[in-house]
Ligand binder design. Structure first.
Ligand SMILES: Cc1cc2nc3c(=O)[nH]c(=O)nc-3n(C[C@H](O)[C@H](O)[C@H](O)COP(=O)(O)OP(=O)(O)OC[C@H]3O[C@@H](n4cnc5c(N)ncnc54)[C@H](O)[C@@H]3O)c2cc1C
Length: 576
């Protein structure tokens, strides 16, 4: 007998939430065609889960014009009853959202920031300004924007609807799964009954409670500590804290010397996140009167706030051992779970989606070999492991074990109060970055690095940016040829563009002669710098804005690099 559909849990893991929260959008359940026809339909791609990762993937596929079905068990975005989980979105995610066409909406609603300060008591022991760092300072997007996660998800839903191609199915819960050589079959439970759907590729984006791990027998490594936190999302009626900086305390005198986070986000809401005693009772610490008392100690007795949401939480760290199991690709929290420090959870889920989307599109359009899909694991598992490692270090600094770890933290804080060199040891979270790929079979030794969305000049003198070039390349590789271009090289490039899924642009610096119709000007050398081109004359940029390879001449090495980045060992040798 078909299983009855149960509404999703009200609060997920936030059992003791309080406050008015937000009114989330509701998306209607539409009876799927399979239930009306009784037939099992077949689709190239089915995405399970419409959170940050699943929706980014769906939106990205839609932009490439690739059809997919997205199944989500809920009828809304975010977590019902909760305010927001994620709040900080890094430059790489913002660049991806720019490509997808939702960056402007995010920038209008969110709060930009680049300066972070960390205190121990009254002393500042660490600070950074990401705008001063080369990894952030060239892009058209800011280092970070803070915005409630459900807004980002809702903008993605809007955009998917604008673009078409993706069938969004709400209140559709995947309740069983099997796969074999012919395909994958998913059983889907809905309020109107149960149906089955078949797919060539399935993406598990169902989050940290993924049922696909058990269904596929996926193994993973997990670690859970006893650290406890309690969020208070508030709107100040009296004076607000410093509006554009992220402040953290490793030891806050107003929180019994435990850590505190203070972040602005959209709608003039502030996230104040307090570290609790390890054995704290979540129900007690999230009681409104107890939270108000905590806020009064922090901001002074006269401080008046509107309580938007209160939510106690604990975290764990998990990483799946393989991100592909047959036809299933794991992404976002389904693949790895990290503590929130450094904003690496959602941001890496977005990067997972961006990585897989162009590969699926290239394979389904016949431009790349199916082997390209295996590089998803190579690249994103390396990123996942790195993110787990970095966040685990932070959690050990914030909740050190007795003995050496506690001693190290005391020494680091003591030294950081006096000496600049020791400030690097203070670790309240290393902010999310675009992870490099050092082990990918789709990149050679010169590639694997992200390209920032830098600006340049179009031939008519107007400003352009890397994302516009990628848009023009439309899912193909983008070959940037820097500097002069002789007749022979031009001929070979013409042949290459005919034979391979690549689009080519000459990048003209100061004093270079224009040889190609398709050229842009890079007067400041920003584009060259962003492509990590040092002494090379070309860079092969992938649709996810990563360099696949750099090189010197238009020769066989370039042909090999194109083939390699498309998952193929060989390509038409005539174009070499
Ligand atoms: C307190 C806190 C603060 C955080 N701060 C940040 C931050 O600042 N920046 C950041 O980047 N990250 C942050 N994170 C992490 C971030 O929220 C998660 O990493 C992110 O939500 C993961 O996205 P996801 O799409 O993988 O999973 P989810 O967002 O959990 O989405 C999973 C989706 O799958 C659906 N689903 C589940 N099971 C099924 C099923 N069987 N069938 C169909 N659908 C199903 C669910 O309805 C849901 O829509 C924070 C997390 C917490 C808890």
């Amino acid at each position: 007998m078909a299983a009855a559909f149960e509404q999703t849990a009200f609060t997920n893991s936030y059992e003791f939430t309080q406050g008015a929260g937000y009114a989330l959008p509701e998306y209607p359940f539409v009876v799927p065609a399979e239930l009306r026809s009784g037939e099992v339909s077949h689709h190239p791609i089915v995405i399970a889960g419409g959170g940050l990762a699943g929706l980014t993937l769906a939106c990205s596929l839609a932009r490439y014009g690739v059809a997919a079905v997205l199944l989500d068990e809920d009828n809304t975005v975010g977590v019902k009853g909760a305010s927001s989980r994620g709040i900080c979105y890094t430059q790489k995610s913002l660049e991806i959202f720019h490509r997808l066409g939702i960056y402007e909406r995010i920038a209008a609603k969110g709060v930009q920031w680049s300066v972070g300060r960390t205190f121990a008591g009254a002393d500042e022991v660490y600070s950074f300004d990401l705008r001063q760092q080369s990894a952030y300072n060239l892009s058209s997007q800011p280092p970070f924007i803070n915005i409630q996660q459900f807004y980002v998800e809702a903008y993605l839903v809007q955009r998917i609807r604008e673009l078409g191609h993706v069938d969004l199915r709400w209140c559709n819960r995947v309740s069983a799964f099997e796969q074999n050589d012919e395909g994958a079959t998913l059983t889907v439970t809905t309020p109107a009954g149960e149906y089955r759907i078949r797919a060539d590729y399935v993406i598990d984006a169902t989050g940290s409670h993924s049922p696909f791990r058990a269904w596929t027998g996926a193994s993973f490594t997990a670690r859970k500590g006893d650290d406890r936190w309690c969020i208070a999302d508030v709107r100040f009626r009296t004076q607000q804290p410093h509006a554009t900086e992220r402040h953290t305390w490793v030891q806050a005198p107003f929180n019994e010397n435990r850590a505190v986070w203070q972040h602005p986000m959209g709608d003039q809401v502030w996230r104040i996140d307090y570290q609790m005693e390890p054995d704290a009772d979540p129900q007690y610490v999230s009681r409104e009167d107890v939270v108000r008392e905590r806020l009064a100690r922090h901001f002074g007795e006269g401080c008046e706030v509107e309580m938007v949401w209160i939510g106690p939480y604990a975290y764990r760290s998990e990483c799946i051992d393989h991100m592909r199991h047959g036809r299933v690709f794991f992404m976002g929290d389904a693949a790895k779970v990290v503590s929130p420090f450094g904003a690496r959870g959602g941001n890496t889920g977005i990067a997972d989606a961006d990585n897989l989307a162009w590969k699926l599109a290239a394979v389904l359009k016949g431009r790349a070999a199916a082997a390209l899909l295996d590089t998803y694991h190579e690249e994103r598992h390396e990123a996942a492991c790195q993110n787990v490692l970095v966040t685990n270090r932070t959690t050990r600094f914030l909740r050190p074990a007795q003995g050496a770890e506690t001693l190290f933290r005391q020494a680091a804080l003591g030294l950081a109060r006096q000496y600049v060199f020791a400030r690097q040891l203070v670790n309240t979270g290393r902010m999310a970055i675009a992870n490099p790929y050092t082990r990918s079979s789709a990149c050679d030794g010169t590639g694997g690095l992200p390209v920032q969305n830098v600006s340049f000049e179009w031939p008519d003198g107007s400003a352009g940016c890397v994302n516009e070039l990628l848009q023009w390349a439309d899912g193909r590789l983008l070959l940037l040829r820097f500097g002069a271009l002789g007749r022979g090289a031009l001929e070979r490039l013409r042949a290459l563009v005919q034979a391979a899924p690549v689009r080519c642009v000459q990048v003209v610096g100061v004093g270079d002669i224009v040889a190609a119709v398709e050229h842009v000007r890079d007067v400041d050398g920003h584009l060259k710098g962003a492509c990590h081109v040092f002494g090379h004359s070309w860079a092969l940029v992938r649709p996810d804005s990563y360099v696949a390879a750099c090189g010197d001449d238009i020769d066989a090495a370039l042909v090999r690099a194109i083939a390699q980045s498309m998952g193929a060992a060989e390509l038409d040798r005539d174009c070499a």
